[in-house]
Design a protein around this ligand. Structure first.
Ligand code: ATP
Ligand code: MG
Length: 252
């Protein structure tokens, strides 16, 4: 069965896209069939997968508006060995344009239903906000992966997200679960990061992934080459951490 994971946190710059791209490539390296959906008008997952977002004719925007089906929008990431539904700035208009649609929160879910059997995993890279795009991601997903930096305000932001997930569960997607919390850009020498990490484990226990993603310059460089880190420097700590995460996800 296909597992659909929304990678979400309304806080910006916490590693959602880095996780989406590198988990997609790592699951593909484990012989899984993977589709990555870029649901952010910034198009970072698209660029990070080696696709020029400016040159695209068909994107997730057309899928959400019902102007294209997923087979028309998807492209292959040759290096990363996964498929991608790309996004660019057009997507910023989708929210307004979808207002008139009935069931506007489940447009992505409906589109994905048609191709589900094609993949083992569908990963959805959500934008840094709790808007209609993120709502589409959460309605389409079986579970949510929450990347977070272990900083002072992280736990506060987390309670907003947990409340949103509860509301989505009550209104649209009763079986939506939190798949796991992922500590990103982690620096073990930082005492505050250690403290926040301890609190996270105390509150969320088993929901916190054992894999910790370290701060690693190779992870930050790779998108500049349009590559997952596995294709940029497979031996790096960052690449190894995302392979470990893929194994944890596979064993879940
Ligand atoms: P946004 O909210 O804007 O979509 P995001 O949550 O998707 O951001 P990323 O784009 O993945 O976050 O990461 C933010 C920045 O931090 C990027 O420049 C990225 O390259 C860098 N980065 C992410 N993870 C790491 C890491 N483990 N080590 C070093 N740099 C990282
Ligand atoms: Mg992002």
């Amino acid at each position: 069965m296909t597992k659909i994971l929304a990678i979400a946190n309304q806080k910006g710059g916490v590693g959602k896209t880095t996780t989406s791209v590198n988990l997609a490539a790592s699951l593909a390296a484990c012989e899984k069939r993977v589709l990555l959906v870029d649901l952010d008008p910034q198009g970072n997952a698209t660029m990070g997968s080696g696709t020029n977002k400016q040159a695209l004719k068909t994107t997730v925007y057309h899928v959400l508006l019902g102007e294209a089906a997923i087979p028309q929008a998807r492209i292959g990431s040759e290096q990363g060995k996964y498929d991608l539904i790309p996004a660019n700035r057009d997507l910023a208009g989708a929210e307004v344009e979808m207002v008139e649609f009935a069931q506007r929160e489940s447009r992505l879910k409906t589109a994905l239903a048609e191709i589900q059997g094609d993949y083992d995993y569908v990963l959805i890279d959500c934008p840094p906000s709790l808007n209609l795009l993120t709502l589409n991601g959460l309605c389409a997903a079986h579970a949510v992966m929450i990347p977070m930096q272990c900083e002072y305000y992280a736990l506060e932001g987390l309670s907003d997200l947990v409340n949103t997930i509860k509301r989505v569960r009550a209104g649209f997607n009763p079986t939506l679960r939190i798949e796991g919390l992922l500590r990103t850009m982690f620096d073990p020498r930082n005492i505050l990061a250690q403290q926040v990490s301890d609190q996270l484990q105390k509150h969320f226990g088993e929901k916190v992934y054992r894999t910790v993603i370290p701060r690693n310059v190779r992870l930050a460089e790779a998108p500049g080459f349009g590559l997952p880190v596995l294709c940029h420097d497979a031996q790096s700590k960052g690449a190894q951490a995302y392979l470990d995460l893929a194994k944890e996800v596979l064993n879940a």
